[in-house]
Design a protein around this ligand. Structure first.
Ligand code: ADP
Ligand code: ZN
Ligand code: ZN
Length: 811
């Protein structure tokens, strides 16, 4: 038998399966999807089996093929579906196949971890036969595999067969600092009659021993953890040890999952009576689930309209059909609150995957999935790769969130992968948002997704009142503070009433646009209609899509004011200003600095929930998903910042942020206010956000996108080049541009090469090319070909090229 194997060398040259012979001793274990070790040149590499054939594909002499050396897992970590999906991803996102595979698996499987051989329950003294290894294992129950290979070199070759027949299993032992992997369990070795005799034979004062044995006589065949015996029955270690010495019971080490949510109580919240709107949107969703047919829904519901209850109901119905569900949330809204709602509803059926878990914890959650011990996965982007085999429903909450796009290879979008999975499984895809991505909404209006709308909040709670403050007028009124008079007044009012507020600083990494503080004028590219980026070194403003450059003016071209300069402020500055203006105010600041420690994010939120702060101050981080009953004011310090990032999605991002932040206020009994401070109150993204009018925003923004040629009218591909030497990277980018220009369809537009907005990272200079196209079926193939050509002419130079299909970050 021959296995086709992709190896862990993520470069183009090796991006295809290679043939290996399967030695007879490994054949019981090896499957399509298995992770293996193979020789590759002088090295030994990890690889994945993509196919098993009699013939092989290389037309070489079978005898000359190298052999698979090891199969690493008892059960293949890749299902057939995941394997196919990885192949599709490698074509779609132009990455090596093995890179796509690795994105699907927990990190533990990539690194070094110790492997142990363990005996299963089926192995006992009777099944050992005359094997020294089995004999040893029947006593010790587990041994490191490396030791087995050394001590029992001949029997080692029989191990795959024994695993196959269920006598043995292998386990990866991951060492985590916070590990709680094993617990002591007590198991009784006596039958009912022997037990009765044993109890009778105990001396009168052996109170604890009697209690233990009585417990076992009442619960035959059950084992109890030592911890539970101690906590609930007050039984200490020494009587257990004595009973073990008599040979009546055994104390065993049993693996338990590290559960990051252990010791936390989940309230059992009853299902609410659905509102008429919820019923209306649920009807078609549930019917698709019932019929097990592919369907894609976009649930557009305002903040607080009860979307989450809709998701929960859909998941419940999926599980009732005996199928599995994947629930994706943006990393940042995977809050304890969210997890709690799931655990309350689905209990132990839920696995949770997010970046806050240790590698061991992630691995444990993943194992629950592959062992079919859970039916629901709640997680961030990569949870879309959950190795379920009977997916009936995929939910994407806040589907517009950019965190669904992975910003490193493979540069996939979880929504696109979800769509692939839903189609493949005849499953339902349910995407929800208060502010759907333009691309998604456009497809919904064209019937590719079914649009479901929930335009009202649950219980007819009013949307918050939005006040837009024109900061230009503040300047004219001699108010140079970062707080407008309106916001100042409202903060004072909330402090007086002891209500809570969130203050949001709109800051997206990039604050070097040029703005006139007198009139709000910003400099934009005459060709691309995106904000020009300020360059300190030569005082120019430059377009990072096409390279258009002008000198930074000393006076505003609109109003002649000299208050024209680049713009930006930080959370610490806001915090200091708050403390100065409102002595004694309790501010909880959430930004990258205060939340980098594990668990800090949760702690700060819980402090705020308990009322230990008046103000929650933060960046993007606080905009989403949080639900605090006592928050009645949301303030946005500088709504414009996101409007002027050099990104064609700037207006969309601004609208989304303003809507999300506004959604934080007045969700419960108390009414809410939102104050938006801006230098451009007339901008349509701000105007429509003020009126909670997604549809009008969508229409205006679509006009812009059509006029300027951006998605959803055009699609983009971004090629980025980097190298330590400017001339080298420029030459490379130009060579590629020429290569592409000669081969692209006439309708495809090539912009650049031009310096990237972030022109230098870690001493590497960055240049980019952007492709805009409507319809170019051969583009993937052409780019794959271009990549191969690039590898040829770039052999010595070591220029790094990345290709981002449908990019989100254009920096
Ligand atoms: P969204 O996800 O759309 O922002 P949620 O699902 O979080 O909205 O619902 C907002 C609030 O309304 C939550 O506190 C939720 O418990 C409550 N809620 C949702 N549906 C109902 C209902 N049918 N009856 C009563 N309360 C509901
Ligand atoms: Zn001006
Ligand atoms: Zn331009």
């Amino acid at each position: 038998m021959i296995a086709q194997i992709i190896v862990d060398v993520p470069v183009n040259r090796t991006n295809r399966p290679f043939d290996y012979r399967i030695p007879a001793w490994l054949s019981p274990l090896i499957r399509v999807g298995s992770r293996v070790v193979v020789p590759f040149g002088p090295r030994k590499l990890q690889g994945y089996v993509t196919g098993i054939t009699d013939e092989g594909t290389d037309f070489t002499d079978h005898a000359r093929l190298k052999e698979v050396e090891q199969v690493l897992d008892d059960t293949p970590p890749l299902t057939k579906e995941l394997l196919d999906m990885s192949e599709w991803m490698s074509k779609q996102y132009l990455c090596p196949w093995v890179t796509a595979v690795q994105a699907m698996l927990p990190a533990v499987l990539k690194g070094k971890s110790e492997k142990w051989l363990t005996a299963t329950d089926d192995l006992d003294e009777d099944t050992c036969g005359n094997s020294g290894l089995l004999w040893e294992l029947s006593r010790k129950r587990q041994l490191p595999l490396a030791e087995v290979e050394k001590q029992f070199p001949e029997e080692y070759l029989l191990v795959p067969g024994w695993i196959h027949s269920g006598l043995l299993a292998t386990e990866y032992q991951v060492k985590d600092r916070i590990t709680r992997k094993h617990q002591s369990f007590v198991r009784c070795l006596l039958g009912p009659e022997q037990l009765a005799e044993a109890i009778a034979s105990l001396p009168a004062r052996a109170e604890q021993m009697r209690r233990v044995l009585t417990l076992f006589s009442q619960h035959a065949d059950q084992s109890f953890s030592m911890q539970m015996l101690r906590d609930e029955w007050g039984i200490t270690r020494s009587p257990l040890k004595s009973l073990e010495a008599k040979g009546w019971l055994v104390i065993e080490q049993v693996e338990v999952y590290r559960d990051p949510y252990a010791n936390r109580k989940f309230s059992d919240k009853a299902k609410p009576e659905f509102t008429p709107l919820q019923k209306q949107v649920l009807a078609p969703i549930l019917s698709s689930i019932q019929n097990q047919e592919y369907a894609a829904y976009l649930l557009h519901g305002v903040t607080g309209s009860g979307k989450t209850e809709v998701y929960l109901e859909a998941i419940e119905k999926t599980l009732e059909k005996g199928q599995e569900a994947i629930f994706l949330v943006p990393e940042i809204s995977l809050t304890p609150q969210m997890v709690e709602r799931f655990k309350a509803r689905f209990g132990a059926d839920v696995a949770v995957l997010h970046s806050g878990l240790s590698q061991g914890e992630k691995f444990d959650e993943w194992r629950k999935i592959i062992r079919k011990q859970v039916k629901v996965v709640v997680g961030a982007r990569s949870a879309i790769f959950a190795p379920f085999e009977n997916v009936g429903l995929i939910v994407i909450d806040e589907e517009h969130e950019s965190s669904y796009k992975q910003e490193e290879t493979p540069r996939y979008h979880a929504r696109e992968v979800a769509l692939w999975r839903a189609k493949r499984n005849h499953a339902v895809l349910l995407m929800g948002s208060a502010t759907p991505a333009l691309e998604t909404y456009a497809l919904a209006t064209r019937g590719r997704y079914t649009l479901l709308e929930m335009p009202e909040r649950v219980g007819n709670r009013p949307m918050p009142a939005v006040h837009v403050v024109d900061m230009r007028e503040e300047l004219q009124a001699e108010n140079r503070s970062m707080f407008s008079r309106k916001l100042h007044e409202m903060i004072a009012d909330r402090l007086e009433k002891q209500e809570q507020m969130v203050i949001f600083l709109n800051r997206r990494g990039f604050s070097t646009f040029v703005m006139c503080r007198s009139c709000g004028y910003t400099m934009r590219c005459i060709h691309c209609d995106i904000s020009l980026t300020y360059h300190k070194t030569n005082h120019t403003a430059r377009c990072h899509y096409c390279g258009y450059t002008i000198a930074q003016p000393a006076h505003c071209p609109e109003c002649q004011s000299e208050h024209i300069r680049f713009f930006g402020t930080g959370t610490q500055k806001v915090e200091a200003e708050l403390a100065k203006l409102f002595p004694g105010i309790r501010v909880i600041r959430m930004d990258v600095d205060t939340t980098s420690r594990k668990g800090a994010h949760e702690e700060l939120l819980s402090k705020f929930r308990k009322g230990q702060g008046d103000v929650l101050l933060g960046t993007q981080m606080i905009a989403k998903g949080l639900d605090f009953p006592r928050v009645t004011l949301a303030g946005i310090i500088a709504a414009d910042t996101s409007l002027h990032i050099p990104d064609f999605r700037a207006a969309e991002k601004t609208f989304q942020l303003l809507t999300q932040v506004g959604g934080r206020a007045g969700r419960h009994e108390l009414d809410g206010d939102v104050v938006i401070q801006t230098y451009t109150p007339e901008h349509y993204s701000i105007q429509h956000a003020t009126r909670h009018d997604y549809r009008s925003f969508y229409e205006d923004e679509m006009l812009q996108r059509r006029r300027t040629g951006y998605p959803p009218y055009f699609r983009l591909v971004l090629l980025t080049f980097s190298h330590e030497d400017v001339p080298v990277v420029i030459r490379s980018a130009h060579t590629m541009a020429d290569y592409l220009r000669q081969r692209l369809a006439e309708t495809t537009i090539l912009l650049g090469p031009v310096a990237s907005p972030i022109a230098r990272v870690k001493d590497r200079f960055r240049f980019q090319i952007m492709l805009k196209y409507r319809d170019e079926p051969q583009l993937s193939a052409l780019l794959a070909q271009a990549t191969a050509a690039f590898d040829e002419w770039n052999k010595q130079q070591k220029v790094l090229m990345t290709i981002d299909v449908d990019p989100y970050v254009l920096l």
